[in-house]
Ligand binder design. Structure first.
Ligand code: MN
Length: 237
């Protein structure tokens, strides 16, 4: 095997922080799926935002993982009574990372909270709590590996090129969702109640956010998404 054949893209993955127990943590599915798709996962904890450019320069892709609520101050709103705990350090770090990644046209895959970061960073807003606007359950009670609601993959999107036309069943662990869509982003999947389930920038090599959790979901679509992301990252090698 030649040296070139051994090269694998390095994908940075953001993590959660548990301040009470002084731990960083992340469900293992993110790393497993990235590795299965042929890339090297690298966990990146929150750091000083000034480090974002240097770190992004070492990566071929950025995966913004799921996690807690984003502080609504970033999109010019006051906190809704049902807003959960927020993490200002993680927010600031992930906005800086995503901004640096977009500046270099690095492939970015946003999952759940990651989709929401991308929408806010580009100028969109969030629905802070879905209970007042949707009669559907988006915070499922079943196991993470099982789907609970359908989404329609919308035509004329990058997502439909990856997943194909029609509906798929997805898992759902969110009480917030994208509100106003940022300029330049496009709705790529929608739930039956109209909640945005995927966003993308069709003009970038790979900028896709999904509101569900493909890293935990046993579905062919999960593999297709991770493979498309890793393929885009591998193109930078
Ligand atoms: Mn959902």
């Amino acid at each position: 095997m030649t040296g070139a054949a051994q090269q694998r893209p390095l994908i940075g993955i953001t993590v959660n922080r548990d301040y009470k127990r002084s731990r960083f943590w992340l469900p293992d599915g993110y790393c497993c799926r990235i590795e299965e798709a042929g890339a090297l996962p690298l966990l990146i904890p929150p750091m000083d935002p000034s480090a974002a450019g240097a770190l992004i320069g070492s990566l071929q892709g950025l995966l913004l993982s799921g996690g807690g609520d984003l502080a609504p101050l970033y999109y010019g709103e006051d906190p809704h009574p049902l807003l959960d705990e927020t993490d200002p350090q993680r927010d600031a770090w992930e906005y800086a990372l995503a901004k640096a990644a977009l500046a270099r046209n690095l492939p970015v895959f946003g999952i759940c909270r990651g989709l929401q970061i991308l929408n806010i960073l580009r100028g969109g807003t969030l629905i802070q709590d879905l209970s007042g606007t949707s009669s559907m359950q988006h915070l499922q009670k079943g196991p993470r590996t099982y789907p609970s609601h359908s989404v329609e993959i919308l035509p004329q999107t990058r997502l439909v090129e990856i997943l194909g036309e029609g509906h798929i069943a997805v898992n759902s662990f969110h009480h917030q969702a994208a509100g106003a869509i940022a300029p330049g982003l496009k709705k790529a999947a929608v739930a039956p109640d109209g909640v945005i389930e995927a966003l993308e920038d069709p003009h970038l090599p790979f900028l896709i956010g999904v509101q569900w959790h493909p890293e935990s979901l046993q579905h062919p679509a999960s593999n297709l998404l991770f493979q498309a992301f890793v393929n885009a990252a591998a193109a930078l090698l």
